[in-house]
Design a protein around this ligand. Sequence first.
Ligand SMILES: Cc1ncc(COP(=O)(O)O)c(C=O)c1O
Length: 405
Amino acid sequence: VSGFTAEEVTGYRAETPGCAHVAHLNNAGASLMPAPVHDAVRGHLEREALAGGYEAEDEAADAIADTYAALAELIGGASEEIAFAENATRAWDMACYAVADLGPGDRILTERAEYVSQHLAFLQLAKRTGASVEVIDDDEHGQIDLGALAAAMDERVRIVNLVHVPTYGGLINPAAEVGAIVREHPRTLYFLDACQSVGQLDVDVEAIGCDVLSAPGRKFLRGPRGTGFLWVRESRMAELEPPFMDLRGAHWARGGEGYELLPDARRFETWETYVAGRVGLGVAARYALAVGVERIEGHVIALAAGLRGALAELPGVRIRDTGARQGAIVTFTVDGVDAGAVAAAARRAGVNVNAIPAEHARLAFDPRGVDAVVRSSVHYFTTQEELDRLLAVVSAAAGYRGARI
Ligand SMILES: Cc1ncc(COP(=O)(O)O)c(C=O)c1O
């Protein structure tokens, strides 16, 4: 495996207390926090208990400012373009529901990798505004069909939504190629769901050309749960009127008659928030930067490719990943065995993987007749020994099915 040496991996594992307890192959669900992240969250909660919540926040002002800076650095944006959110969906919602001029005749283009929560929002927006929602099909690799996207574009396309890496598989969608197509149409806003790619891949908003990016803290970034962030390109900020505001995002004018939105992405935030999580999120972003996102990308891609190959050799196991380029997520089914039962057997054996139901990804799974897949997702601290433990569980599950029949 290219990327990190065995010594480096051992060092990262030593900084990850969870590695001593479980083979964690659920980094696409929520990764294991490194000790510095855990310490930062715990330390802040301690200060809240001892000094008072507002006072602890004042003490943490520099750390909070650095969270914006670190997240911006991670994705190649500016600090003022970042807003905190409690998860990736709310981050994304705050920008998507902010496209206030959507109306009949406007078109929203999305694609098959779309996550359930986004499509629910699009269905509601279509119902409210009369805009249409159209799904761009996949190409022969199972990634967005770039030719179909280019052909579908016109001046009525207000939003193009792309999931960089879906919840359901190894696919890495060609985000920069989509950006090149969308950039030809100045009215269109390009939303990138980077939920599964931030922390896994080297994500650069300039290279990709997106206008909006959303991501959570807890997944490949290894931050605390209950955190996420939004990035909005400065030049598109004025087009977006947040669906909700509080005193954080806007000033109430003297006399009480009007309000003025903050000029930057803080307009999408709320005043009350999980401050300890924000502090921890910044530490997680700094940690990823120190480890090196380019090296993480190379390492996890190679590690996952090895796992994919080994699983494919097992009788009765079918790899379900699509895409010309594949990353850290490896999905499969075992003939005749429920995905939930495989995940439960793995959990009992101390290996964390989970089952992804079709309802999370209907546009991808329903046409293929897939009900659920087992999802395993590696990270740079994963070892071959952990992968071997998963392979043993899956072989046993496949064999057990054979014995029963
Ligand atoms: C591709 C993708 N988008 C969006 C989400 C939603 O993120 P959150 O649960 O932080 O709202 C997920 C969660 O798994 C996801 O995998």
